[in-house]
Write a protein that binds this ligand. Structure first.
Ligand code: SF4
Length: 174
C-alpha cells in the first residue's frame, strides 16, 4: 500500500482519532499515539457510543486498513461517508477527521466521487464537508504537525474545561 505522509524522510500513517485529538488536546494526542489508551473508562465517550448505536441501528461501521473507521456509508450517485457526533461543540476536530477519511479514500483507494457528512442526531442536523484543495493542504500541514508532536516529548498537560470529562484526567493531574 502506498503511504501518504512524509515526515523527516520517514513514511508515517495516522488514524482518524489522532486527527480528532489534535484539535482537542495535544497531550491527549500524544498519550493516545503512544498506546496509553484509557478511553473506555470515559462516561462521555460511552454516551457518544450509545447515541450512535440508538440513532443508526441499521447502519454499519466500516474499518478500513485499521486506520479509519467510518460510521456508515451510503451508495448513491456518489459515495456518501457519514461521521456521527453527539455535539457540534468541537466542529474543527469533526471536520478534519472527516476530511482525513475523504483524503485517505481518494489518495489510497482511488475513490473520487466521495461526499462527506457530519451527522448530529441529537440536533437532527446533517452538514456536508467538502475536501477543497485548500482544506487538503491544511490537512497535510496538520498531519505533519501530528507527526512532529508524536516524535517529541509529551506536551505538558494544560487544564481546561474539557479535562474533567477526559479519561486521562487522573493521569495528567493526580
Ligand atoms: S486531562 Fe486535559 S490535559 Fe490531560 S489529556 Fe485530557 S484534555 Fe488533555
Amino acid at each position: 500500500m502506498k503511504k501518504i505522509v512524509v515526515f523527516d524522510g520517514v513514511l508515517r500513517m495516522i488514524n482518524g482519532t489522532q486527527i480528532n485529538y489534535y484539535f482537542i488536546c495535544k497531550t491527549k494526542l500524544w498519550l493516545f499515539s503512544h498506546n496509553i489508551q484509557l478511553e473506555h473508562e470515559s462516561e462521555n465517550v460511552n454516551l457518544g457510543k450509545i447515541l450512535h448505536e440508538n440513532s443508526f441501528k441499521r447502519e454499519k461501521d466500516f474499518l478500513i486498513d485499521n486506520l479509519i473507521s467510518i460510521d456508515f456509508i451510503k451508495i448513491r450517485d456518489s459515495i456518501e461517508i457519514h461521521e456521527v457526533k453527539k455535539t457540534q461543540k468541537m466542529e474543527m476536530s469533526h471536520e478534519f477527521q472527516l476530511l482525513y477519511y475523504m483524503y485517505y479514500l481518494k489518495n489510497e483507494k482511488d475513490i473520487n466521487n466521495i461526499k462527506g457528512f457530519l451527522d448530529y442526531p441529537k440536533n437532527r442536523k446533517k452538514e456536508e464537508v467538502i475536501l477543497t484543495k485548500e482544506k487538503e493542504n491544511e490537512l497535510l500541514r496538520i498531519i505533519d504537525d501530528i507527526n512532529y508532536i508524536n516524535e517529541n516529548k509529551m506536551p505538558k498537560p494544560k487544564k481546561s474545561k474539557i479535562c474533567r470529562k477526559c479519561a486521562y484526567f487522573e493521569f495528567c493531574f493526580s
